[in-house]
Design a protein around this ligand. Structure first.
Ligand code: MN
Length: 396
């Protein structure tokens, strides 16, 4: 059998977007609020604009990033309701959506035509949008499946543009974002990802995007050095906050004035410094506590009222690196807690959460990096359940 040229669903989604752009249909882009989701949203929006320049002058594309602390992971009912007045419209979810069975059902019922472009492995139930791309779904025929969401969105753009007479270089401004978000999402740098990242870093060398030019200039970035790209471009983009469900890094990547871009970039660089300080302080506290009390424990399960949710993942990553055991960190809210978890190699956090899902409100993610929401009163039961699960896994 000939290998398929594009991940399953790519051509169908591209064709639907081509048709929508031709007719100037309204579109809602719902992106996860990390750099993968944000870059994916920018690329989709710019694809619409390339296909029909009228989009850059009107308001027919709306973008929304959920606040994880308030709305949880994935598509939120709040967004579906908020944009219902735009119907008829396309609802495009990027870097999330595969698990949103009910939200997709609801959006379709309201009259949205729905498109999901996700790279998360499906949980037990799979959402049924009108169009779906997710290389982790059953029946995928494309040989490479470790894309970031941004890589899949790029593939859609690539195919859509191949049906037009745009020159090759039109894709460069999309590739630079594809590279940054693939790196930021820590996807394996082999095969398609390797190619996308190499091409994207090349495009970054001659970027015209004011937001990236500002980060490169203010951060004195040497684009030849890998860690520079991580620390000086990706880290500030990842330190952005949400203002009215719009991510600051989305605004920076979309900014057309270099002067404005520099102001915004300065702010993100400062926020990144502050975030680093908080991460270090929290990490010191936790290391202290683990060394004193939990050296022998088989996992780390810690709850705090004070930790900043956006920093949990970074802190958990550092701890998993230090201790090579499952790390579950919770920020306790009034009724519920939000968790970010990181797992050492060979252990599957999603499987653990599925085993304990009776104590959870929502859960999702990848085997080494996942998360959940849980009612505060269920925290002790969840801890027991996870412990039992890992005890069994580690013994085997
Ligand atoms: Mn992602």
């Amino acid at each position: 059998m000939e290998k398929s040229q594009y991940p399953k669903g790519t051509k169908e989604v591209a064709q639907r977007i081509l048709r929508a752009a031709q007719k100037g249909e309204r579109a809602i882009i719902f992106g996860d609020a990390d750099l993968d989701g944000i870059a994916s949203s920018v690329i989709l929006q710019e694809l619409f604009e390339l296909l029909n320049p009228l989009y850059s002058q009107n308001r027919d594309i709306k973008v929304y990033f959920p606040n994880r602390e308030e709305e949880g992971h994935g598509i939120s009912d709040r967004a579906v309701d908020l944009f219902a007045k735009e119907i008829p419209a396309l609802f495009l979810a990027v870097d999330c959506g595969i698990a949103n069975v009910n939200e997709i059902k609801r959006a379709r019922k309201k009259g949205f035509e729905t498109i999901v472009i996700d790279h998360h492995p499906p949980l037990e139930k799979v959402a049924k949008p009108d169009f779906l791309i997710d290389p982790k779904q059953k029946g995928e025929t494309y040989p490479f499946t470790d894309f970031a969401a941004v890589g899949l969105v790029y593939k859609v753009a690539e195919y859509a543009l191949s049906q037009t007479n745009y020159p090759e270089y039109a894709k460069e401004k999309l590739l630079e974002l594809t590279a940054l978000a693939t790196l930021s999402d820590l996807m394996p740098l082999k095969e398609d990802n390797r190619e996308l990242v190499d091409k994207g870093i090349n495009a970054l060398m001659t970027t015209q995007r004011p937001g990236l030019l500002a980060l490169i200039e203010l951060g004195e970035v040497d684009l030849q050095i890998d860690v520079d790209i991580f620390q000086k471009i990706i880290a500030p983009l990842n330190s952005a906050k949400l203002i009215d469900n719009i991510a600051e890094s989305y605004l920076l990547l979309r900014e057309t004035s270099l002067k404005e871009a520099k102001k915004l970039a300065q702010r993100l660089i400062r926020q990144n410094r502050e975030k680093k300080a908080i991460v270090q302080q929290t990490l010191d506290e936790l290391v202290n506590k683990i060394e004193k009390e939990k050296k022998e424990s088989l996992m780390v399960f810690e709850v705090s009222d004070y930790w900043p949710v956006p920093a949990l993942g970074v802190i958990a990553s550092k701890l998993v690196h230090l201790y090579k055991k499952p790390i579950f960190l919770f920020k306790r809210g009034e009724q519920e807690s939000v968790c970010s978890a990181r797992l050492p190699q060979d252990l599957d956090g999603v499987e653990a959460l599925i085993k304990c899902k009776r104590f959870l409100k929502t859960y999702g993610g990848h085997a080494p990096a996942c998360g959940c929401r849980v009612k505060n009163k269920n925290l002790p039961k969840l801890e027991k359940c996870l412990e039992t699960y890992f005890k069994k896994q580690i013994r085997e």
